[in-house]
Design a protein around this ligand. Structure first.
Ligand SMILES: [Zn+2]
Length: 504
């Protein structure tokens, strides 16, 4: 079997509840995973939790519980949220799991064995952001505050700990990104990273003293591995490293992360892997942020909309669609319920849902639910072919907004075809050949739309495909070469009811 397409999301800090900002990333990564499965590729999709942060300790203390009980509770809450949002992960990685500690120790030992000078003792003094769990450089501080966490105080910190010689790997990391061996996308993020690398990398502190909640740093007796340094390693420890077989998954095909943590994934992480002599991931995809009234949605900053409210508004499929249609997976975008309601009504209820029910009702009415076997009307089937090809290009480029525009344009093309072909007139005048050709083409347009929906709206797609007699796993070949001649179809349930579903 070929190596599975290995896709990861960032692992989230377990100090607060999951929110819409997290949801965009998980849903987008899930769409990537489902897009590959749709094409018949084996996929390994990993999500998880980053559980050793200092702010996790603080949250546990504030809640009067132990850190382990706290992270157990948060892990369950996050995983449940992603299940409701239909995330199809194959593995749930938690950095408090023994397999992660084993992977981290083995990776550090491997670096020490290959490059004895990779780590050294040093003293660090700087401004520490507990929100980011990192020391901030001057360019990351505005008005004495971390740009990512303007509501938190930066903590002046001085300690003696272990450093990683990150500076030694600058040239090689730069070369790998410039050559495209490590793809950083979209372009705006690649350019940012190239500027960071051109400015040079400074060595980083990778251990913490006096912080008992963490993985002991090999070779020290009072230090734990700096949370960011070990969190990055989850992508390798999730493969089972260093046990046999881990290479059947590694390297990752794409790490999906937010734009705020690209330096970790495109500078530090490649340097760790180079020092350990391991292959680099093939790509890092950095998405933008969900904004609410122009501000980043993030619970820690006190702005935001409840994830449960967003899910309950029109159901999980509609939220998945709206996030990637409206905000997209590249730049920042605004979330508002007014816009969500408008897009739901026009694109899903009056668009996809209405087209599907019109077409299938006509097949039931004029042909007893059997799609005619003759040729499809080329006036529509050419448009179907073009839309499928454009959709595929957009999906391969992780351009989800454009892919969903193609879906919407196929809905419009099919509706326009209905108006022109006027099947009810063909039925009245007894033009059976023309009616057969029109119904076959329209049924196949609905089939292709159902397949295009599969990565984004798995449940609605399955319901629509079942109405077309396509049960089970959706397959791209149904969009590439739709063939419904002779198939028995049924009128689907109302896919996108106008009345919002009752709160779950
Ligand atoms: Zn910060």
């Amino acid at each position: 079997m070929s190596k599975p397409f290995y896709v990861t999301t960032a692992i989230d800090y377990s100090n607060g509840d999951p929110h819409l900002g997290h949801a965009l990333e998980k849903v987008g990564a899930d769409v990537i995973a489902r897009w590959h499965r749709l094409q018949g590729h084996p996929v390994h999709f990993v999500m998880g939790m980053d559980e050793h942060a200092q702010k996790v300790l603080q949250a546990a203390e504030a809640a009067d519980t132990t850190p382990q009980q706290w992270v157990d509770r948060m892990s369950a809450r996050f995983e449940q949220a992603w299940q409701v949002l239909e995330c199809s992960h194959d593995d749930w990685m938690r950095t408090t799991q023994p397999r992660h500690a084993e992977g981290v120790k083995a990776l550090i030992a491997r670096i020490q064995a290959r490059h004895p000078d990779a780590f050294y003792e040093g003293e660090y003094e700087g401004l520490y952001c507990v929100g980011c769990e990192e020391f901030k450089s001057e360019s990351q501080v505005v008005d004495g505050r971390c740009v990512e966490h303007p509501s938190r105080d930066l903590v002046p910190t001085r300690e003696r700990n272990t450093f990683f010689r990150l500076s030694a790997w600058r040239d090689e990391v730069l070369r790998r990104i410039t050559s495209g061996e490590l793809v950083v996308a979209p372009d705006i993020r690649r350019n940012e990273i190239l500027r960071v690398l051109e400015g040079g990398l400074i060595d980083i502190s990778v251990s913490r003293s006096r912080l008992p909640w963490g993985i002991p740093f090999p070779g020290t007796d009072d230090q734990t591995v700096y949370v960011w340094f070990e969190a990055l390693m989850n992508y390798v420890s999730a493969t089972g490293f260093p046990e046999a077989d881990w290479e059947s998954l590694w390297p990752a095909d794409v790490h999906v992360v937010g734009k705020g943590i690209t330096r970790f994934h495109c500078c530090i992480w490649p340097a760790i892997l180079l020092a350990a002599g391991l292959p680099l991931p093939r790509a890092v995809w950095a998405h933008g942020y969900v904004q609410w009234d122009g501000a980043k949605v993030s619970k820690s900053e006190g702005t935001g909309v409840s994830l449960a409210d967003a899910i309950n508004r029109h159901g999980p499929d509609a939220l998945r669609y709206f996030l990637l249609r409206e905000i997209g997976f590249t730049a920042d975008g605004d979330f508002s319920f007014d816009r969500f309601d408008a897009v739901y009504a026009s694109e899903l209820a009056d668009g996809v849902g209405n087209l599907a029910s019109r077409v299938l009702a006509m097949v039931v009415k004029y042909r007893d639910g059997i799609v005619p076997s003759g040729d499809a009307d080329p006036g529509l089937s050419d448009g179907i072919r073009a839309a499928a090809a454009h959709y595929r290009q957009a999906m391969d480029a992780t351009e989800f907004k454009r892919a969903l525009e193609e879906l919407g344009s196929l809905v419009r093309v099919a509706n326009a075809f209905i108006t022109t072909a006027a099947p009810w007139t063909l039925a009245k005048t007894g033009d059976d050949v023309a009616l057969d050709r029109a119904l076959r083409a329209l049924s196949e347009a609905v089939l292709v739309i159902g397949v295009m929906m599969a990565p984004f709206m798995p449940e609605k797609s399955a319901a629509l495909l079942a109405a077309l007699g396509r049960d089970g796993t959706p397959a791209w070949r149904d969009a590439d070469a739709p063939d419904l001649g002779g198939a028995r179809v049924a009128k689907p349930d109302n896919l996108f009811p106008k009345d919002p579903p009752a709160a779950a």
